[in-house]
Design a protein around this ligand. Sequence first.
Ligand code: BGC
Length: 455
Amino acid sequence: MGMRSNYVNNMIRERCEELQLSDEQLREIMKRLLDNIERGLARDTHAASIVKCFVTYVQDLPNGTERGKFMALDLGGTNFRVLLIELGENMHFDMKSKIFAIPQHIMVGPGKQLFDHIADCLGAFMKEHHIEHECLPLGFTFSFPCVQKGLTKGLLVRWTKGFDCEGVIGQDVVELLEQAISHRNEVTIDVTAILNDTTGTLMSCAWKKHDCRIGLIVGTGSNACYVEKVENAQLFDGDRSKPYVLINTEWGAFGDDGALDFVRTEFDRDIDNNSINPGKQLHEKMISGMYMGELVRLVLVKMTNDKLLFNGQGSDLLFKRGNFFTKYVSEIESDKKGTYASCRQVLEELGLGHATDQDCANVRYVCQVVSTRAAHLASAAVATLINKIQEESVTVGIDGSVYRYHPHFHNLMMDKIATLVTPGLKFDIMLSEDGSGRGAALVAAVAARGHAKTA
Ligand code: BGC
C-alpha cells in the first residue's frame, strides 16, 4: 500500500482494514453511482432518485471572448465572499474580493437573517470599492442542492455542510437575495445567474482548457458537475437545439438509500448520527473536509480506548467532538518520512505531549488511511463521469480545501482514476483557480452572450 512504516502497529493496521477500499469495491461503487446518475437524469425515475443530477441551464463553455465587469457572491464553502471581477482583452482578468464571516448563529438561524447579512456585506463591499451607484450583473455562487428553473431561478432542496436556516427550503434563493438587497435600499444589482460552485469550477477551468468537462469540489463538501448531452438530460426544458447542458450531479447525497452501506464503517455511522443532517449526504460525509478530521479523531479515540495508542491515555481535548481539524490531517501527512514534527505539534495541541514516536507513526497511518479512502471515493466518482462522457481526453477542474491543502490528494487521485477509467481514455486533473469568482463571472458573461434571462 505504499503507506507501510515499520513502526505502524499491526493491530492498528488490522483495525484500519475496513477503511481501505479495494478496486473491486470501488468498481462496485462506480456501477451504483452510474445507475444513480442515470436515474437522476431520466424523467420517470428522477423524483425517486437519490443523486438528483439537476440541470443548470449553462450550455455554453467560455471561449475567451467574454468581457465586462461583474459582481459575484460565494456562499457555501468555508468562507462567504463578495467579489468584483473584470474580464478584459487577451484573457486579462482582474479580481478584488473580500471574505466575510458567517457567524454560527446565522448559519442555523432564520433564512431572512442570512440573506440580510449577505446584503449587508454586499453593500459594504460596493461602497468600499466606490461602485455603489453602478448596477452590475451578479453571479450568485450558492453551493447547495437547488432545482433550477432557469439561469436565475433556483429552489433550495436541502441545506448541507452545517447550514440549516429556516424558511428557505423550497424557496427561490435569487428572489430571497433580491428582496434583502432591495429592502436595504442602498445598492442595486442585476442577478444574472445562480450557480453551484462545481459549475463555477468547470467554467473557470474551461476558460483555459477547452477539453474541461468536469468540475469537482473536494472541500467542506463534495460534489461534481459535468457536461452532458441535452438528449440525455430528459428534464431539461431550456434550449434543446444546443447539444450540451451542464449537470449538477449533487453526488454528495449518494448512499442516502443505503447504496454505500457495504463500505460504511462504525465511524461513518457515528459521524452521521451526530451531524445536523442524519441520514443525508452520506457519500459527502466519507469524503469532504467537514468530516475528515472528525473521522480520524473517532478512529484515534477507539484505538486509545483499546490501549493501542498513547499507552491508553487520551486527553479531554482528544475526546471532545470536532477537536481534530481536517487541516491537521494535511499537516501530519506533510511530515517527511520518518519525521514527526507537525504530528508532534498537533498532538501537543491536543494535550497528547506524551506520545511516543511509535504513536506518531500510528497516528499518521490513521490519517493516511482516512484521507486515502476519501481520495479513492472521489476518484471512483470522477472515473464514473469520465467513462460516461467517453471523450478521448477530458480535463477535470477541481477546487476545495482538501484537494488544495492535502499533500498527496492530487497524486492519489491521478493514480486511482488511471486504474478505474476505461482503457484508452485520457484525463488530467487541474486546480481550477477561483471558480466562485471567475467562474461565476463567466457564467454571467456567457449568459449575456446568449439570451439574457431564461427565467
Ligand atoms: C452541496 C453542493 C456543493 C458541495 C461542495 C455540497 O454539500 O450540496 O451543492 O457543490 O457541497 O461545496
